[in-house]
Design a protein around this ligand. Structure first.
Ligand code: PMP
Length: 384
């Protein structure tokens, strides 16, 4: 057996690990006691599954500032939710304005829609990855626009985008505002009542510290994408068409009850322990960022102003390839990072790193100062 160093997990932006014990416990409890099919029976296991889902929806709605829980639908994740929203809202001939720093979960559905006749207009970001609301305003004002799409925070540069301002601009021009909250949920305070987004998508498995395979989409009243999937839901079984009520309209098929239970438990965490968790991750990210930025061979992507960022520190080395750095960090010290284009080739194009890619160190729950020390020593040993 090869002796391997313990894992030091700096890949939280891909998926968070480890999960808080309350999340695991909620999932195990759901498998044991809420294992009926919710909405499809009146026996106690089915009713308990329904109760678990209602409680989780309520927890997540509370966390995100959603006034009417029915506006929040559980979905398998952000990618699914973005497909649902974009394909369900945009029709051939529609115009959509999108930032140039979006994830493939946005750009690929839009590419598919473009081949079907949707007009996709891209607004460039600056070299740090910021989207300028004035540029978006000009693009939206130029022609009738159905929707504006932007991420809340970047998985590459860490930039927090001014999505509230973009929502105001979209609404002034009669467009809907779609926000990809994949990197914001759990890291930023999100108040959807105040933000003004018409659609906002969150994954369970990143900053919220929930499980994989479950997420949620918020749809404002009046934002009515047609559903991607039709099928059973337990009510109105005789009707030929999918039920029109929210959230059932968007939740056809047996739901991921253990996943929803885990997400519900995770959504309670930020309310109880959130400020402490966030303060810790921000402090560690700041330490890491400042120390790497001071190493002559490394360049940190994104803005130097740490208040404008989520805890993602993406770096390029003057001479070493990102893959080589990631391999060495893992081999020598068990440090888990992600190298390459991070499913965001558009962002790397904006930041000038499309040809090389970069190494992303993303900070989150469970990391310590010692972990950051080890990363800094390892980067220095690579020729910092
Ligand atoms: N958008 C952004 C900005 C992301 O970082 C990710 C995940 N890397 C996604 C969308 C897609 O999320 P998921 O893979 O959980 O569907």
């Amino acid at each position: 057996m090869v002796d391997r160093p313990p894992i030091r997990y700096f890949d939280h932006a891909a998926t968070s690990w480890p999960k808080p014990p309350v999340v695991t416990a909620a999932m195990v409890a759901a498998l044991e006691t809420a294992s009926g099919n919710p909405g499809r029976g009146a026996h106690r296991l089915a009713l308990e599954a329904e109760r678990v889902i209602a409680a989780a929806r309520s927890s997540l709605a509370g966390l995100l500032g959603v006034a009417d829980e029915r506006d929040l639908a559980f979905v398998p994740g952000c990618t699914y939710a973005l497909n649902l929203v974009l394909k369900g809202l945009l029709a051939p001939g529609d115009r959509v304005v999108v930032s140039s720093v979006e994830h493939n979960a946005v750009t690929r559905p839009l590419a598919a829609l473009a081949t079907g006749g949707v007009n996709v207009v891209t607004v460039p970001a600056d070299a740090e990855g910021h989207v300028d609301p004035d540029d978006v305003e000009r693009a939206v004002a130029a022609e009738r626009t159905a929707a504006v799409v932007c991420q809340h925070a970047s998985n590459v540069s860490g930039v927090i985008q001014p999505v509230g301002d973009l929502a105001d601009i979209a609404h002034e021009h009669g467009a809907l505002m779609v926000v990809d909250g994949a990197q914001a949920a759990g890291h930023l305070d999100i108040d959807l009542a105040a933000l003004g987004a018409d659609a906002y998508v969150v994954p369970g498995h990143k900053g919220l510290l929930g499980p994989q395979g479950i997420g949620a989409v918020y749809l404002s009243p009046g934002c009515e994408p047609h559903g991607l999937v039709q099928g059973g839901g337990g009510r109105d079984s005789a009707a030929a068409a999918q039920v029109s009520e929210r959230p059932d309209r968007y939740e056809a098929g047996t739901p991921n009850v253990p996943g929803i239970a885990g997400l519900g438990a995770a959504a309670e965490l930020p309310r109880a322990e959130g400020p402490a968790i966030r303060a810790a991750e921000r402090r560690l990210a700041r330490r890491l960022h400042e120390a790497v930025a001071a190493m002559p061979a490394f360049r940190v992507l994104g803005p130097p102003v740490l208040e404008e960022r989520v805890p993602v520190v993406t770096v390029v080395h003057a001479t070493r390839a990102p893959d080589e750095i990631a391999f060495e960090l893992e081999r020598s010290a068990g440090i888990a990072v992600r190298a390459g284009l991070h499913c965001s080739p558009w962002t790397h194009q904006a930041l000038g790193t499309f040809e090389t890619g970069a190494v992303r160190l993303s900070v989150g729950w469970g990391l310590t100062d010692e972990d950051v020390d080890v990363v800094l020593e390892s980067l220095a040993a690579l020729g910092g």
